[in-house]
Write a protein that binds this ligand. Structure first.
Ligand SMILES: [Zn+2]
Length: 345
């Protein structure tokens, strides 16, 4: 598989927060050739270890989350429609969306979020957004058939596959944050057999969208000295304003500065980006970064954390969009960091 095919396979896999074992299997297969050992833990986290072979080496964790935004079935109506609740999804975009129910056993079941045709709407309806608890999913089957296949508590995810766009761009339902997992893969590809001075712990973590428990558990178990959370950041879109604090799409890795992305660590990343002529941008993150760095920083006696973000348009939608040059440049920065970091800030 090419790099792009691996990215597509990972993005197309299902793994809504709390139900990540399917995507974890795929991520573990992709990671395996680049590390000494891979395992999937009881939370569904994928963990790979790559030793530098030097006694007393510090431990550097690279984390990207594998879970995706999605929904849970909350009720099945007597007419066979599904009610659902969302995790991390903007409900305004949902009417008419194509979703897949992921039953505990069996293949995904395709469904469409019901919408009222314009002809049947009441005056003013088209200007209103519909609350999610009033939406229904139509899986095309009568009640008796639905209850044979689907249960309350089943997960639901966006159904669409990743798409290639012109201009080196791709879009997909869970670029957040699987594209960042692929930036780590790219870093390891580039690293090859080069010498480095830290033991690496690669984590494809779970449950980030609902609280970051996966990364927190791994930080507790693996006790890294340093951890980099690689996650998506908001890239400029057509309607962005300077007040939106968005970053350049295609501008390279975004290096965070703030309490959760500590300046000493961030400055080191900036120095390396400059020295290696990797395009980069900086972002001020005064408090919580909204990434796994927040979950990992206060584990045990504290971990030095850094946030590196990949520019992404339309975050938390079924069509999250990136440019591959950013994916490669984030990978390149991570690789150069690994190669030059001696374990001291
Ligand atoms: Zn994310």
């Amino acid at each position: 598989m090419t790099f792009k095919e691996k990215l597509q396979k990972l993005v197309n896999a299902y793994g809504v927060s709390g139900d990540e074992f399917r995507v974890a299997e795929i991520a573990a297969e992709i990671l395996k050739p680049y590390v000494d050992k891979v395992e999937i833990d009881k939370l569904g986290n994928v963990v790979g270890y790559k030793s530098c072979g030097k006694p007393g080496a510090k431990k550097l964790m690279l984390d990207a989350h594998l879970d995706q935004i999605g929904f849970l079935v909350t009720d099945i109506t007597k007419e066979g429609f599904l009610r659902f609740m969302a995790m991390g999804v903007d409900p305004r975009m949902l009417l008419g969306s194509e979703l897949n129910v992921i039953p505990k056993n069996g293949e995904p079941i395709y469904g469409i979020v019901c919408s009222t045709p314009p002809h049947l709407q009441k005056p003013g309806d088209s200007a209103k957004s519909v609350p999610i608890d009033q939406m229904l999913l139509d899986v095309g089957m009568p009640y008796e058939q639905v209850i044979e296949k689907i249960e309350v508590g089943d997960y639901i995810a966006f159904a669409n596959d990743a798409l290639d766009l012109l201009g080196d761009c791709m879009s997909g339902k869970s670029m957040d944050d699987r594209a960042c997992f692929m930036t780590i893969i790219h870093a390891l590809e580039l690293l090859g057999d080069s010498e480095f001075d830290c033991d690496l712990i690669i984590v494809g973590s779970t449950k980030e969208e609902v609280g970051g428990h996966g990364a927190m558990a791994r930080a507790y178990i693996d006790k890294p000295d340093y951890a980099i959370a690689i996650d998506v950041g908001h890239a400029k879109t057509a309607d962005s304003t300077p007040m939106d604090r968005t970053q350049e799409f295609g501008g390279g890795p975004i290096i965070g500065f703030g309490a959760n992305s500590i300046p000493k660590f961030a400055r080191k990343a900036v120095e390396i980006a400059r020295a290696k002529e990797i395009p980069y941008q900086v972002e001020a993150i005064p408090a919580a970064s909204g990434t796994n760095a927040w979950s990992m920083q206060i584990v045990e006696d504290g971990i030095s954390t850094l946030v590196v973000s990949l520019p992404l348009r339309y975050m938390h939608s079924p069509v999250e969009m990136l440019t591959l040059s950013d994916v490669y440049n984030v990978g390149k920065l991570l690789c150069e960091f690994i190669k030059s970091f001696d374990g001291q800030l």
